[in-house]
Design a protein. Sequence first.
Length: 288
Amino acid sequence: MDFVVLLAIQVLYAIASLALISVGLAVIFGMMRVINLAHGEFLMLGGYAAIVATSHGVSIWVAMLVVAPLVVGIIGVIVERTIIRFLYGRMIDTMLATWGLSLFLVGLTTAIFGNTTVGISAPLGSFEIGAYRISGYTFFVILVAVVVLGGIYLVMRGTRLGLLARGTMQNANMAAALGVNPPRVYAITFGVGAALSGLAGAVLAPVSGVFPTIGVAYVAKSFITVIGGGAAILSGTVSASALFGTINQIATFATTPVFGEVALLAAAIVLIRLLPQGITGRFFRRGL
């Protein structure tokens, strides 16, 4: 029984982690149709922002939940204003530009922080479940994922900002005719997606540590989850995270973490082969 409870908690943690690292990309790619290959570096920058803030005496909670998303969100707005805004509708050019940005950010952080892993200690301690011990921080990650996803749903469904964002992404010319400023909406949306990525990178920093090339691992899982989920931002991200996270964690428990990653990739290949439009291309079509 203790093992079943532990497995259930670890599965929830895997689902929450996948959802957190993917939701920022889901906003940028799902809404704006921008393939951001620097998404992993935004996550990495969030981790470094939290680490630098805590090293200067800032509370770890403020560093993770306020400083990291704010810093990466501002960087996202700058990137959108200086690079992305000139490339809308040019998918290949956008991919090349964000790939170049990715390489630049990796080189910059390597020059500043070195090529070693740094991190911060996970707070909240640990507790026992029968013969097993589990970190209390695991529940914090799950809670953050639930709050973030719930917050995005409420903003998109119940606020003027969410309505303007969705309307502008669907028909920018009509939005402009109604008095909306599409370039400003684009910048805010991209900044919010970047901020969500920074938040995820900071929250996961105590678990995984941070180093300049960690974004490579993040971006692969993020794209697999977003593409597997389909067009719907939230329902697609949640459903794909639930599927891939469960498969990954069960395979990890049964074998090793390496085979867990292989099982996740295999599941993604099968899913995309069976559902080319993703899960929400077949199910949850009216979901957000």
